[in-house]
Design a protein around this ligand. Structure first.
Ligand code: GDP
Ligand code: IMO
Ligand code: MG
Length: 430
């Protein structure tokens, strides 16, 4: 039985949601293990688009139970809104289909206020966060000042805990950033109805997954963000505040490393990034704008335009290394149709010398120069292609080149946003 981690291999938005939805058909469980509603995972099923932020992307597969793991930071009101939106689309999610780990940490109003206040204070040095309170919530978790989902259900304990942690946060908000303080009573009042609705979904989830694995039920672990937004392995400080790499699935879902058998990395056939930070293969020009327009590269969470650039081989090799990636899925191949010759970032140079690894930290990565290879493009529309052999020969050459350079098999290709828009491929095919 294979238990697979699906992980973003670039800077997020690689199409993880679509691939998880597809693989979830063969899985009994889908678990989100980190991040929060900074994520926006898009599924297009029977022509209808659903964007998920906290609910795992297995939710549209009826045989699948979804878990929001302990490693996720949860804004409870946002989760309820998402459940309401799903219900309005005809996907009512009952508590037997969605389990919210009682150990997951909460995103509370001061986290949102601090995230936004800090970003605006940083001015042109800002990270470009999603403004959803992710960083401050993880800071409180690690600082042992956080509140967890289970705390929602004991009103007295909740009030006394908020009373403990709020003054410190309010001092920062008012004295450091000149913002209005958060009112204690208002927070407590607003959490009461939310707690009532979420109670049915909340359970400890580790034993459930342990028993499921023992029964041989397949578990899919859904990563959010991407490898280069990882707080350790990404372009620090322009990163998110969690470990996004595959290894994080263990701690964030409460399973041991021996449970995981495969790691599928997801990469676009080019590269995008939202927010600030270095981007060696960025196309800050008309071609970049064309890719943005054709690929609809606007954030699923914030609507911000995504920066676009060429596929970056050194980055992907690094992602293979830090995730233990066993295979790669390449999405949005269709977007490259008609662009003319396609460039691939093959090697990095720092001070004129070729370097093997992606340099740690944003400053050094900002200084690398990229050696490109130019590959022939193709003009055919790929959106209806479903067989590898029906792809243009130059397109097959592009995929085979990336596979050779990155060093892991590419079995799945995306040629459109829909669940059906995939091509399965025998690794090594040319
Ligand atoms: P995620 O955060 O990794 O789940 O990715 P997002 O949903 O934020 O962004 C991926 C975008 O690309 C979404 O709009 C998807 O519907 C779309 N998408 C996914 N795969 C493909 C593909 O193969 N081709 C095209 N054209 N769009 C795709
Ligand atoms: P999915 O799961 C792309 C980026 C933000 C910012 C940085 C820190 O849809 O791939 P944060 O709000 O997390 O403190 O912001 O991380 N970011 C994402 N970029 N996709 C995401 O998620 C992202 N989640 C956060 O733009 O640069
Ligand atoms: Mg996204």
């Amino acid at each position: 039985m294979s238990n697979i981690v699906v992980v973003g291999a670039q800077w997020g938005d690689e199409g993880k949601g679509k691939v998880v939805d597809l693989l979830a058909e063969q899985s009994k469980w889908v678990v989100r293990y980190q991040g929060g509603n900074n994520a926006g995972h898009t599924l297009v099923v029977e022509g209808r688009k659903v964007v998920l932020h906290l609910v795992p992307s297995g939710i549209l597969q009826p045989g699948c139970t979804c878990v929001i793991g302990n490693g996720v930071v949860v804004n409870p009101a946002v989760l309820l809104e998402e459940l309401d939106e799903l219900a309005a689309l005809g996907h009512k999610v009952s508590p037997d289909r969605l389990i919210l780990s009682s150990e997951a940490h909460l995103i509370l109003p001061w986290h949102l206020a601090l995230d936004r206040a800090r970003e605006s204070a940083l001015g042109d040095k800002r990270i470009g966060t999603t403004g959803k309170g992710i960083g401050p919530a993880y800071e409180d978790k690690v600082g042992r000042r956080g509140l967890r989902v289970a705390d929602l259900f004991d009103r007295d304990a909740l009030a006394s805990r908020i009373r403990e942690v709020l003054p410190d946060n309010n001092r920062r908000l008012t004295e450091w950033y000149g913002e209005a303080p958060i009112e204690l009573e208002q927070v407590i009042e607003s959490l009461a109805p939310v707690a009532n609705r979420l109670r049915a979904y909340s359970r400890p989830s580790t034993r459930l997954l342990y028993e499921a694995n023992k029964r041989g039920e397949r578990i899919l672990f859904e990563g959010a963000q991407g490898t280069f937004l990882d707080v350790d392995h990404g372009t620090y400080p322009f990163v998110t505040s969690s470990n996004t790499v595959a290894g994080s699935a263990c701690a964030g879902a409460g399973v041991g490393p021996t449970v995981i058998t495969d790691v599928i990395g997801i990469a676009k056939a080019y590269c995008t990034r939202v927010g600030s930070g270095p981007f060696p293969t960025e196309l800050d020009n008309a071609l970049g704008e064309t890719i943005r327009a054709v690929g609809h590269e606007y954030g699923a969470t914030t609507g911000r335009p995504r920066r676009c650039g060429w596929f970056d081989v050194p980055m992907l090799r690094h992602a293979v290394m830090v995730n233990g990636m066993t295979e790669l899925a390449l999405t949005k191949l269709d977007v490259l149709s008609g662009l003319g010759p396609i460039q691939v970032g093959m090697r990095y140079r720092l001070g004129g010398d070729v370097i093997e690894d992606v340099p740690a930290g944003a400053a050094a990565l900002g200084r690398v120069e990229v050696d490109y290879d130019t590959l022939p493009g193709w003009s055919e529309d790929l959106s209806q292609v479903r067989a590898w052999s029906d792809l243009p020969v130059t397109c097959r050459y592009y995929v085979a080149t990336l596979e050779r350079e990155v060093g892991v098999p590419i079995r799945l290709l995306g040629v459109g946003p829909g669940r059906e828009s995939v091509i399965r491929r025998e690794p090594g095919s040319t």
